[in-house]
Unconditional design. Structure first.
Length: 230
C-alpha cells in the first residue's frame, strides 16, 4: 500500500511537471510569434491532413500579408461581426458570453458563440477543433498569454492571416483572391462584410450563401463603419 501511494505521489508530481513544461513551451511560442509570423497553425495542419486523405497532393491556399496591406474595411467588418468590444476587453467578453449562453438556453441548442477574436486565435494556433472542457481551459490560458504579450494590432494581424475562409483557404489574402479576384488591400465594404459573416462556418458558406447570411452581411456592412480597429 505504501508503495502504491508513493507511485501515485510521484506520478502526480511528474504530471504537474509535464503540464508546467507544456505551458512553458506554449508561452515560448507566443513570445516568438510576436516577432515571427506563424507559417502553420493547428487548424491548418488538421485541415491539410483531412484533405490529403482524399488527395495526397492537396495543398493549402495562404499568403501572409502585413497588417497595413489588409483592407481597413475587412478589419472593421471582422470586428463588427466577431468581436465588437475587441479593443475594450482583455481577451474575454463576459457580457458577450452571458448573452450567448442565454440565447443558447432559450433555443435549447448552441446557436451563438461568445468567443472573442483572441480566443479564436488561441484555438486556431494551438488546438484541435474537438470540443472539451480541457480544451476550453487550454484556450483560456493561451488567450491570457496572447493578450499579455501581443498588442491588439498584432492579434488582429495574425488572426486575419490564419483564419479559415473555405476548404483549404486561409487568411485574408487567399480569401480575397479566391472569392473576388483582388488582393486583401482592395476589398471593399460589401466584400469585407460577406467574408466576415462566413467565419463561423466557412466551409459550409463557401458552398452556399443563404439569404439569411446575406441579410446578416448587410447588417454588418452598416455597423462596421462604427467599428474601431487598431
Amino acid at each position: 500500500m505504501k508503495r502504491i501511494k508513493r507511485w501515485l505521489k510521484w506520478g502526480f508530481l511528474w504530471l504537474l511537471l509535464a503540464g508546467f513544461l507544456y505551458f512553458c513551451w506554449l508561452f515560448a511560442q507566443v513570445v516568438w510569434w510576436n516577432y515571427a509570423n506563424p507559417h502553420e497553425t493547428a487548424v491548418m495542419a488538421e485541415r491539410l491532413a483531412a484533405m490529403r486523405e482524399k488527395d495526397p497532393k492537396a495543398t493549402l491556399q495562404q499568403t501572409w500579408v502585413p497588417y497595413e496591406r489588409i483592407s481597413k474595411q475587412l478589419k472593421r467588418a471582422v470586428v463588427a461581426a466577431e468581436d465588437d468590444r475587441f479593443l475594450d476587453h482583455g481577451g474575454f467578453d463576459w457580457n458577450g458570453m452571458t448573452k450567448a449562453l442565454e440565447k443558447n438556453l432559450k433555443r435549447g441548442k448552441t446557436v451563438a458563440g461568445g468567443s472573442t477574436i483572441s480566443q479564436q486565435l488561441a484555438k486556431n494556433l494551438f488546438l484541435s477543433s474537438r470540443r472539451s472542457y480541457t480544451r476550453k481551459a487550454e484556450e483560456a490560458i493561451i488567450t491570457v498569454m496572447i493578450e499579455t504579450v501581443w498588442s491588439k494590432e498584432r492579434i488582429l494581424e495574425v488572426y486575419l492571416n490564419v483564419a479559415e475562409w473555405g476548404d483549404g483557404i486561409f487568411g485574408a489574402e487567399a480569401a480575397a483572391r479566391h472569392y473576388y479576384g483582388v488582393n486583401a488591400a482592395q476589398l471593399d465594404a460589401q466584400q469585407a462584410a460577406r467574408l466576415a459573416v462566413m467565419l463561423p462556418n466557412p466551409r459550409r458558406y463557401q458552398k452556399i450563401f443563404p439569404p439569411r447570411l446575406e441579410a446578416h452581411a448587410q447588417r454588418i456592412e452598416k455597423r462596421m463603419q462604427m467599428s474601431v480597429v487598431p
